[in-house]
Design a binder for this molecule. Sequence first.
Ligand SMILES: Cc1cc2nc3c(=O)[nH]c(=O)nc-3n(C[C@H](O)[C@H](O)[C@H](O)COP(=O)(O)OP(=O)(O)OC[C@H]3O[C@@H](n4cnc5c(N)ncnc54)[C@H](O)[C@@H]3O)c2cc1C
Length: 457
Amino acid sequence: MPDGVSIALLTCDLRVHDNPVLHAAARDTATVPLFVLDDAVREAGFVPPNRAAFLADCLEDLDRSLRDRGGSLLVLAGDAVEQTARLADALGAARVHLAEGVSGFAQHREQRLRALLGPRLTIHQAVATTVAPGALLPGGRDHYAVFGAYHRRWLLAERRAPLPVPRKLTVPQLPWPGLEQAEVRARLAAAGRPAPGLLPGGESQGRRRLRSWVGSNAVAAYPELQDDLAADGTSRLSPYLHFGCVSATEAAHRATKEGSPGAEAFLRQLAWRDFHHQLLAARPDCARADYRPRQDHWRSAPAELEAWRAGRTGYPLVDAGMRQLLHEGWMHNRARMITASFLSKTLYLDWRAGAEHFLRHLVDGDVANNQLNWQWVAGTGTDTRPNRVLNPLRQADRFDPRGDYVRRWVPELAAVAGPAVHRPWELDAAERARLDYPEPLVALDAALTRFRLARGL
Ligand SMILES: Cc1cc2nc3c(=O)[nH]c(=O)nc-3n(C[C@H](O)[C@H](O)[C@H](O)COP(=O)(O)OP(=O)(O)OC[C@H]3O[C@@H](n4cnc5c(N)ncnc54)[C@H](O)[C@@H]3O)c2cc1C
């Protein structure tokens, strides 16, 4: 049994259940669960209003859960590495525990901590993911580049069992006080006003959602409904997974244990998440650089980019997705694919501009999942069919056949009945004149030809 003081530096693992970092730190005589509001993360624009509001809920909820067990969350502000090392020295901490990160930023943070703390730093794997990046490797390569092959290995991979909540925590005498929760909230609120339909953050909320998801018929219906835009039949666990309020390992474990027929499809999505994490860990530059360059010379069309961002492209399904993003800070996966294909292929604008907008608004906005899904759609990533273009009208017929998703998110079209809502330009002139809705930004045929020419097809 180790003794002394240890610090659990929490990052994207804001939970007490199944948290290897907290679990290890709690074995010491005294434990400081620490979160640092990192100036560099804020200055990089990575804490926009939606994620800031969600984070404030997470920190408050975590502090409450820790207090129930005799501990508390110490929140500091500044440079995470300097703050942690200074605290470790002041406390004479024997150990600092941290979850392995995959982004360039996280890898750099880890190196800096290692330089200052040496062997006192312990990195824990598979905290954010169910399988650690690098744990599964194809022969001769440092990561999997094809999802199918990764998924087959992933299904057979060994996983740890979820860890219990530490029963009792003891906090040592702190050398200086942390920020009060009210101050934390005020600092995060300075990011700006969050989306009106944002989900509340925190482990308690996340666990409630996980429980009702795995324990209900929703998982069984998932394979059927996962692409049905109006049904909204996905788990909406992504923000809780992103902030680590819910452990991916526990979600996978519980979905498997329930043995629901839909569990397989749900697990497949968690495998996509692990897949993108292992890819970014090996190629952190792919947050910006093309994973597979296609010699693209992207167009520059600021007005078109702005129309896409605002949900005013004149293609109702695309606009519905973009409006959902602005209203909820979240978008259905099928809509993410359609809107991203529209930007990067139909408009042939740089995927990075789209990814940036998504990162600014998505409450689950995540470097691994966002940038690499964008690359997948743009055809610069791991899609084995990089030049497929999603036609928003055909997608509408398949995934919003009654038009309910569009009517929900594009109020100008709410009065248009049935699937006609997807083609407002076909309505009679009088009806069209009554709608305050733009003409299509581009003709789909011409855009497809332009894209094919650009890709040399
Ligand atoms: C252009 C684009 C950008 C995206 N950006 C993000 C992002 O920033 N953050 C993010 O978490 N997801 C992102 N995704 C993936 C996916 O759209 C979301 O994870 C999903 O919509 C979240 O809803 P859910 O929790 O209801 O998912 P469910 O369908 O219930 O799936 C369960 C979980 O599996 C994971 N998952 C599902 N699909 C994917 C996927 N394609 N890639 C990786 N993980 C997946 C998520 O963690 C999700 O919570 C993006 C997809 C696209 C096409």
